[in-house]
Design a protein around this ligand. Structure first.
Ligand SMILES: *Cc1c(COP(=O)(O)O)cnc(C)c1O
Length: 399
């Protein structure tokens, strides 16, 4: 008997759960885009976005998803033929590189595979080998949502500095902003891209690019930056419409105002990070227990290199695909597909899944997902170790 009726839970790593208050804030008549509530409210968004990124630099806000934010960063960072060094640790690093290549950027890639973090020593060596400083920027994903690896961004900055190389450091925080600790200024990040529909808890449709003065200065020479994407007027424009290169994304902005208040004023950024860290540990402890008695394993073996917003895992014998279907049809929980881990034609395509614990998520939601997964393993006869729920509840109880 299906027990799926009730409020469904989309536990995929974006779009994430939208708080009812964010939806309510968006539910209003079209506002005037020249003066009044919208214009006054947006003036408060810029400083709060900087607080979210711990950045004292600039921010451009695009009507775009994360792919649009990638292109915005690429367009401003590079001219045609310029060189980028991409550190790939999963599907999203590869994707950012593909976008850059398609735009005419010469991409050098270090691919660390699907279950390991970027190695700063290899970054340093690649930069040392680039004696005439052809590499303009290093592109790296903070948390790669496909592998759920979390790269050590301060170590990347240290490697660039150790090599004495002038390359800019650009980081994709689409899956980590508002989930995992990230400090743009302190960590020496020059450019950071993010989007609204993950830790920021707003529907898809807003792309953010943060950049410092040095990146802004370099962007002025870029021949890829077309008027819509160019940072200059978005960051430094004096008219309201210039920040959006036209009509503002009115309703998304009201939703964003509410989510920033929830994160920065009500819960506090440090608590938001700690909540994600605890829920992530609960998920990992459940997988560790399941793995004791079955062909089940977390994708990232080193806990210190796992992101706190999403967990990628393997359940062999097609167990992951069967479990995903069961959870959705029988229990109202949709888990993430295994992205980029195997091709649809591969025999192990159905062996991967992802559990999101991203954004507007609390203990009952995550413990509920884990309990449903265990029920599904029992129902489907997927071999698994005992004690997963006890382990996860102990993490929550000890928080
Ligand atoms: C989701 C995601 C993207 C892509 O964002 P879209 O909004 O789907 O275009 C890129 N990078 C990372 C790390 C992501 O998690």
């Amino acid at each position: 008997m299906s027990l799926a009726q009730g409020r469904p839970y989309l536990a995929i790593p974006g779009p994430s759960t939208i708080p009812d208050r964010v939806l309510a804030a968006m539910h209003r008549p079209a506002p005037n885009i020249y003066a009044g509530d919208l214009v006054d409210m947006v003036a408060t968004i810029w400083p709060d976005l900087r607080r979210l990124a711990l950045s004292s630099g600039h921010v451009a806000l695009y009507i775009a998803n994360g792919h649009g934010a990638w292109e915005a960063a690429n367009a401003n960072l590079f001219s045609r033929g310029d060189k980028a060094l991409v550190l790939a640790t999963g599907r999203f690093g590869l994707g950012w590189a593909e976008h850059a290549r398609a735009m005419g950027v010469a991409v050098e890639m270090i691919d660390f595979g699907k279950s390991a973090a970027a190695d700063p020593a290899r970054l340093e060596a690649a930069l040392r080998a680039d004696r005439d400083h052809q590499i303009k920027a290093v592109l790296v994903t903070h948390v790669d949502t496909s592998s759920s690896v979390r790269n050590d961004i301060p170590a990347m900055r240290a490697a660039i500095d150790a090599a004495g190389h002038p390359a800019l450091l650009a980081v994709d925080c689409i899956a980590s902003l508002g989930c995992d600790e990230f400090r743009m200024d302190d960590w020496g990040v020059d450019v950071m891209v993010a989007a609204s529909q993950k830790g920021v808890m707003v529907p898809p449709g807003l792309g953010f690019v943060f950049f410092n003065d040095r990146a802004l200065h370099e962007s002025r020479a870029s021949d890829l930056a077309t008027p819509y994407w160019r940072w200059e007027s978005r960051a430094l424009g004096t008219e309201f419409y210039q920040h959006f290169a036209g009509t503002a994304p009115t309703h998304h902005l009201f939703g964003l105002r509410t989510s920033l208040t929830m994160i920065l004023e009500e819960e506090g950024l440090a608590h938001v990070w700690a909540r994600h860290a605890t829920l992530a540990r609960a998920v990992w402890s459940a997988f560790d227990a399941w793995g004791q008695g079955g062909d089940i394993a977390l994708n990232i073996a080193d806990a210190a290199r796992r992101g706190n917003s999403v967990t990628a895992a393997r359940i062999g014998g097609g167990g992951a695909a069967r479990l995903r279907a069961w959870c959705e049809q029988e229990a109202g929980v949709t888990l993430g597909i295994g992205l980029g881990m195997a091709a649809p034609s591969d025999a192990d395509y159905g062996d991967f899944l992802r559990v999101a614990h991203m954004g507007h998520v609390n203990a009952h939601m995550t413990l509920g997902v884990l309990a449903v997964m265990e029920a599904g393993m029992q129902a489907l006869g997927v071999d698994h170790g005992r004690g997963a729920l006890a382990a996860a509840t102990a993490v929550v109880a000890g928080a």
